[in-house]
Design a protein around this ligand. Structure first.
Ligand code: B16
Ligand code: MG
Length: 225
């Protein structure tokens, strides 16, 4: 079976905005008297904005202190701070090897998708100068169940016109690996402590076409007629 599409997560795979998310959440949390550190921030990777806020409130023992409207306001303040920091992104902010891989995949006729739960994904891809390399970007605002549910990857497959069984997903978060696996796609994990990734690589440096092709061909051997 030929590989037909590769669907990328954004934060942590294409660029590293996790630190910018952390700085913005740290400021918003501080206003609520909650202290978060970089280790805690690991838990927020791949988690939607409001789910991230919920985890922060639980961490600070304030899970039941705010109405829905107040939560929306806190999340909006965090987002304003985060969006302001996105002006620091340039094409140099693309993680090593990613642009080369996408260009190679396109040359091979493999379709390219994005499955990020970030509502800021279009802004980020434009700042990185690679928006035109994507055949389809799933719209996070239209996905009801965030990662680890498979929804965003299934929407990306549908938008690309491929079956999940014909596609690979690339993720840096545990919730994202679970989402890919639940969708029926093959999974590639970027990082150290990811459970269940079909192929686990420590960094995007290691993510290249020969490695991806070997993983795919091993999983889907071509059977002679
Ligand atoms: P926003 P991904 C995720 O992006 C981030 O990993 C996560 O930390 C963030 O809370 C989420 O996007 C929502 O982002 O607040 O910009 O809508 O990893 O799915 O690309
Ligand atoms: Mg991610």
């Amino acid at each position: 079976m030929k590989l037909q599409a590769v669907i990328f997560d954004l934060d942590g795979v294409i660029t590293d905005t996790a630190h910018l998310h952390f700085l913005a959440w740290r400021e918003a949390a501080q206003e609520l008297g909650i202290v978060i550190d970089a280790a805690f921030n690991e838990q927020l990777k791949g988690i939607s904005r409001l789910d991230s806020l919920q985890r922060i409130l639980e961490h600070g023992g304030r899970a039941t202190d705010f109405t829905d409207a107040e939560r929306q306001a806190i999340a909006a303040r965090k987002n304003a701070c985060y969006v302001a920091s996105l002006t620091s992104l340039t094409p140099q902010s693309i993680l090593p090897g990613i642009k080369e891989l996408i260009v190679t995949l396109r040359q091979k006729g493999i379709r390219i998708g994005l499955a990020s739960v970030s509502l800021n994904a279009p802004t980020i891809l434009s700042a990185l100068g690679i928006a035109s390399l994507f055949d389809y970007c799933a719209d996070a605002s239209r996905v009801k169940h965030s990662k680890p549910a498979p929804d965003i990857f299934l929407v990306a497959c549908e938008g690309l016109g491929v079956l999940p069984q014909h596609a690979v997903g690339v993720e840096d978060a545990q919730a994202g690996i679970e989402a890919i696996n639940a969708s029926g796609m093959a999974s590639v994990g970027i990082g150290k402590d990811l459970q269940g990734a079909g192929l686990l690589l420590t960094s995007t440096h290691e993510l290249n076409w020969p490695r991806l092709a070997a993983y795919w061909n091993n999983r889907n051997p071509v059977t002679e007629a």
